[in-house]
Design a protein around this ligand. Sequence first.
Ligand code: PLP
Length: 363
Amino acid sequence: MSRVYNFSAGPAVLPEEVLQECADEMLDYRGCGMSVMEMSHRSAMFQQIIDEAEADLRTLMGIPANYKVLFLQGGAHQQFAAIPLNLCKLPGASGKADYINTGMWSKKALAEAKRFIDAQEVASSADETFTYIPDCSDLPIREDADYVYICENNTIYGTVYHELPNTKGKILVSDVSSMFLSQPHDVERYGVIYGGVQKNIGPAGLAITVVREDLVPEGDLADVPIMMQWRPQVDAGSLYNTPNCWDIYVCGKVFKLLLKQGGLEAMRERNVAKAQILYDFIDESSLFKGTVRKEDRSLMNVPFVTGDKELDAEFVKASKAAGLENLKGHRSVGGMRASIYNAMPVEGVEALVAFMKDFEAKH
Ligand SMILES: Cc1ncc(COP(=O)(O)O)c(C=O)c1O
């Protein structure tokens, strides 16, 4: 067996020990004679899987008791709609929300919200192709906005908020898809913190939404599709309908592994050290350049370019041949992007830097 170093932005590398455990349990999960993919989501065995997954996630993130944890289908995109559809149905809601635009994922979330509510952009870094995080200390947030929305780590552009925006007392909603569990999250600073799991946690198709309980509307929202409503899923423990059982099971294994590895503070230390190796090399390189303002650099997604499209293409091709996969930048940015999520070992980053040095020496 030969596994490559997979720098994909998502679906992304998963921890080898988790994949191995899944393989070992594939045909016969703990003596029940079937795989997790085949068992009823109403069985005691699956209930234990989802209960443990939630409990471990609560421990990892330090989720307070007044927050609900939801395992939901439809990925992050479904939450782009669910967020306005739920938060703007709370008693006294104005149906207004303010969005900070730091790239494609916040832009898409805003466009989705506009279908249903009065959503507007209050800051943007579009003027410099999203290579920085705008100053969010004094934004023109509306007095009656129901919430302020950010995409905290911008997968495509490689920026991250090192400081959360001043929301002027409004609820903060954050998409943490590409930084989920990569560092501690101060859950109480958010009304909703959510993300797709396919970068740092598990297989694609599942979103985890952590929402303060008073932000989940009561009762049935007659004009909101049932699968967009958080309340039925809260009441059913994320089992309103048949969930993606397999995904929840894999995520649960990743949570246990992260706890064993020392939790999110240990993840942050590892991720800082890993990213430093790559950024240090990029900063001293005469061929490769980072595309993001230094103070806004992501620990997870590292875009870089040579400045020559043909050379970039040659780099991507040659790196693939060397077992370094998926380094091509997003089509909207070009160049290269290395996604170095939790499960990317330091050896993978070292191998990338060694390859970059060698490529530079030859060009
Ligand atoms: C930050 C961020 N938000 C949202 C999404 C969309 O996620 P999904 O495909 O699960 O809807 C992505 C990318 O996949 C992303 O990187």
